[in-house]
Design a protein around this ligand. Structure first.
Ligand code: UGA
Length: 438
């Protein structure tokens, strides 16, 4: 099939390359010149495992091409994918202006019938609305085709999805979109447009709810001296609960969960439904990221002049994305309270951060840790989890406070090395094995 992909962020660039890999002829367009240049050079701006290789292979095979939107006058493709962003508005709802713009751009250039699979996250009811407003007098057919790709794992997730959801008005358009995924083994869920949109939000909101739920259990464990690790071990073998998305810590971040949960709350209110549960999910998540600041205040009293190392900036390992990362909020709060903040991350580009609150960046974690009195593990990068902790102990200063914001470290080991360890919902370990802490 001939496919046009509009918007080349992590969803669009992966979709374009993966469709080309599957044998389709793909044109990817974006309005950002540096995105196009980077992809043409085989160096995508976003870090996605396996993407650069896939792009290079498909471009060399002549099935994948990238153009700036201004370079395209007419389109002969029969299928389009819209993969542009739908950032959150201050009200909570998503901003659909980029989807609208992409539909207009396609409509102005399509020379024949075009089935448009919208992968951008459009709120329930939004697709029908856009269709009526933008496409009523055109030969474009709107199909909702939400994506479930995880950042950093998007190439893998494209080829091995749990399901493929296609929401359309007519069968022919559904089948045309389904044909894009031929050869991929996964259940197909065919539905109407609005239900497909709800599926996307329900999936993300449910996962976010699991995270906030286990964080609340962890907070309770902290109060009563129980172990959330043991609780997870005890509940997750039940297939009705399962082991995934039950890792407690500083909460969820990224460009999807925070925005989508807020948007679902907003859309529910607009439609006269008070989705109370989501409000709690959001407030628990906002609270989690403040935990290390409380822990430091408890130990130091005032944080003025206290050197603190933040280990990890990305919202999760395997990506250089810092959107809604808990690290930014922690960095801001610590800096506001006068701490001397040093930050390290193996992949994030410090110069791209919108604000750094006077913190200093060190690519080498040991430099960030040298002289620090406290360290906070924010992102469980293997490079950071696997630091040489005896050496870290040597370069840090009293009281060697270590806040493990992802419960990724071994408390027994760290305490035996002389750290003052704090996890989330983990009982405090004393330096003498088996003894309760004083
Ligand atoms: C998420 C979904 O997992 C994808 O299915 C979806 O397609 C995507 O959003 C989207 O809507 O585009 P992503 O944002 O890449 O993907 O990140 P996840 O791997 O799901 O993690 C989200 C956040 O939850 C991270 O900050 C992570 O640290 C946190 N998390 C995850 C926890 O705190 N605990 C867990 O047990 C799992």
């Amino acid at each position: 099939m001939n496919v046009i992909v509009v918007g080349l962020g992590y969803v669009g660039s992966v979709a374009a390359a993966a469709l080309a890999e599957a044998g389709h002829r793909v044109l990817g367009v974006d309005k950002e010149p540096r995105v196009i240049e980077a992809l043409r050079d085989g160096r995508p701006l976003i870090h996605e495992e396996g993407l650069a290789e896939l792009v290079a292979r498909c471009m060399a095979a002549g099935r994948l091409e990238f153009l700036h939107t201004s370079e395209v006058d007419r389109l002969d493709q029969e299928t389009g994918l819209v993969c542009v962003g739908t950032p959150g508005l201050p009200t909570g709802g998503p901003d659909l202006s980029q989807v609208r713009e992409a539909l207009r751009w396609l409509k102005a250039r399509a020379t024949g019938p075009l089935v448009v699979a919208v992968k951008s996250t459009v709120p329930p009811g939004g697709g029908l609305h856009l269709m009526r407003q933008e496409l009523s007098d055109s030969r474009l057919e709107y199909v909702a085709n939400p994506e479930f790709l995880r950042e950093g794992r998007a190439v893998h997730d494209w080829f091995y999805p749990d399901r493929i959801v296609i929401g359309a008005r007519d069968r022919k358009a559904s089948e045309q979109v389904a044909a894009l995924y031929e050869g991929i083994e996964a259940p197909r869920v065919f539905t109407d447009i609005t239900s497909a949109e709800v599926i996307k939000y329900a999936a993300n909101a449910f996962l976010a709810t699991k995270i906030s739920f286990i964080n609340e259990i962890a907070n309770l464990c902290d109060k009563i001296g129980a172990s959330v690790d043991d609780v997870v071990a005890g509940i997750s073998p039940d297939p009705r609960i399962g082991p995934l998305f039950l890792r407690p810590g500083l909460g969820y971040g990224g460009s999807c969960f925070p925005k989508d949960v807020r948007a679902l709350d907003f859309i529910s209110l607009v439609n006269g439904h008070n989705f109370e549960l989501l409000r709690s999910v959001i407030s628990v998540n906002n609270r989690q990221r403040i935990l290390p600041v409380h822990a430091l205040r408890e130990v130091f009293g005032s944080l003025v002049g206290v050197p603190v190392a933040l280990l990890g900036l990305a919202f999760k390992p395997g990506t250089n994305d810092v959107r809604e990362s808990p690290a930014l909020e922690i960095m801001r709060l610590l800096a506001e309270q006068g701490a001397e903040v040093r930050v390290t991350d193996p992949m994030v580009r410090w110069d791209d951060l919108p604000e750094t609150w006077g913190a200093r960046f060190h690519r080498d974690p040991m430099e960030a840790l040298a002289g620090a009195r406290a360290a906070i593990l924010v992102t469980e990068w293997p490079q950071l989890v696997g630091l040489e902790w005896p050496r870290v102990r040597e370069v840090m200063e009293e009281p060697h406070l270590l806040f493990d914001g992802r419960n990724a470290l071994d408390p027994g080991l760290l305490v035996s090395l002389g750290f003052r360890y704090r996890g989330v919902g983990r009982p405090r370990v004393s330096s003498v094995e088996g003894q309760a802490p004083s």
